[in-house]
Design a protein around this ligand. Sequence first.
Ligand code: PEP
Length: 249
Amino acid sequence: GSTGKFFVGGNWKANGTKESVSKLVSGLNSAEITSDVEVIVAPIFLHLPYVVDHIDSRYQVSAQNCWVGRAGAYTGEIAPEQLADMSIPWVILGHSERRSLLKESNDFVGAKAANALAHGLKVIACIGETLEQRESGQMYDVLEGQLKGVADSVSSWEDVVVAYEPVWAIGTGKVATPEQAQEVHAYIRKWLGDKVSQDVSSATRIIYGGSVNDQNAAELANKEDVDGFLVGGASLKADAFATICNARA
Ligand code: PEP
């Protein structure tokens, strides 16, 4: 496993209203969470200022995406320097929903990661294969291409967390087995050691995402190379999310 702290991210995706977000923040503020875990939550851009202002300091806040360059004439985009200006320290990049629905390429995700890091953000870089790719034996090629997209652009990995999220497990209720997760996490760690450096390989948190819930988190968290989770659906319920945050404790 990584030498870093256990890491749990809550990806709220395009969910929530003013009311539901305020309830979720209250629930999280009163939840009991071990101090042994680094926890971030990622609301939509519109809810970020509210969450930054109201959530307890045990939680950090993340955006779910950002622009690939500086602020300027890029209608509809938000640049990393603008997130930093709003005291938002993290950004999720390369989520499979963006890769598939918005056709974000490996190079584009890598360029966004480098740009975000250059403006002082920390990055959760998501990778993962589809069921078809897994079943046709292309899984490691796909994962390598996604990792390489990040590695070719990023010069320092200090502020990068890698999220392994098999697409077939995201939002499907079909969680990877602890063995499946461990196998891929070990591959990622080895890849980082071979292609980047041994130091990066041992320091980088490799987190699992895909139908993690309060029932299955502990078993996954026991696996050597599972350094935390990225959680979608279950992160919208404060109690379930807190249980997941405490899965290693
Ligand atoms: C995600 O989209 O990052 C995710 C892991 O979703 P879920 O937990 O809902 O599968």
